[in-house]
Design a protein around this ligand. Sequence first.
Ligand SMILES: *Cc1c(COP(=O)(O)O)cnc(C)c1O
Length: 388
Amino acid sequence: MDKLINDLQANLEELKIAGNYRSLAHAVQEGRYLLKQGECMLNLSSNDYLGLAADHALYAEFLHNAPPEHLIPSSSSSRLLTGNHPVFDELEVALARLYGTQSALVFNSGYDANTGILPAFAQRGDLILADKLVHASLIDGMRLSQAHWFRFKHNNLTHLTRLLQSNAANYRRIIIVTESIFSMDGDEAPLRDIVQLKRQYPHVLLYVDEAHAFGVRGPKGLGCAEEAGVLPDIDLLVGTLGKAAASAGAFVACNQTLRNHLVNHMRPFIFTTALPPLVAAWSLYIVRHLPEMQGRRQRLAEITRHVHDALNRQGIQTASRSHIIPLPVGDSTQALQLAEEMQRHGFYLLPVRPPTVPEGTARLRLSLRADLVDEEVEKLIKYLSSKK
Ligand SMILES: *Cc1c(COP(=O)(O)O)cnc(C)c1O
């Protein structure tokens, strides 16, 4: 035991020296601000892109109008046992209706969705082709599956085309996996092109993780696939409910048979206690109101355009066009220092370091939010311009 503790401690010291040590901050979210050790900072590290989690009036309205049978704090068991409260069905019907799919299925988290769906569908004799930069949960899903898997160069359609051409005949089924807006780079997959490509192969399924686009993009807030007009071509569309939707959990919108297959085979769906009905009811409330939240989406789009344009005018190139803007640093220790400096100036940004991103590509991740006021946006632009 002593030897184990010593080895682990030595490993943690190495992480500290490399600037990659992680620890839990004691911080309280207060609207769009974050309170930490007596400091009040603008929270630019949250995924509350529409400011819905910060909007306490919205939650109060939900509580006021919710039927008492929805306000239940525990499901007490898996949905396959006694935990399938009717509100889950209502939420799934609402999601399927919005997406125009036959069905939807709700999970406890995006992590559960991505680690469960791929192993449920991809068997021996199948191939998964995933973008090089997909989220850790998707990588874990591939690792847990019995299929062969390979990662294509980031957003590189030529590479994906070549891989499909050379492998199509050798596999029973191929699943292409991508995010729509990439979580750490903020750039976007060429969904229309991927769809064109996929249409040429009847045995190819397309799996799109819209974690950072659900709520934010598209006329009804359904994500980038809605915006690009390709919803019918996405076989498995995953959205998470804990980011812009200000709740918790995740869902897949898909064909009824695919859903039934998941209910029968997906381990993180079967072997876990369902979310509290209260949480599903709050998700349902948000999902029902999402289409009419175009004002918030437009405000976020406006802020996003303005920040990109202003930084570009200052000679600062931004690698994305979305509300997630990576500020490249490279070295982890320097990224930590820059984050601390920004925090001293009232901007709560966090460094993103390996292993979340590749070695040598540490960065600060700026996430914009719809509830920023103009003055705050200008202050941020001024500060970033002074650092170039
Ligand atoms: C956050 C995230 C997830 C995980 O979702 P949770 O609900 O937080 O578990 C999955 N995929 C991507 C791309 C994400 O950014």
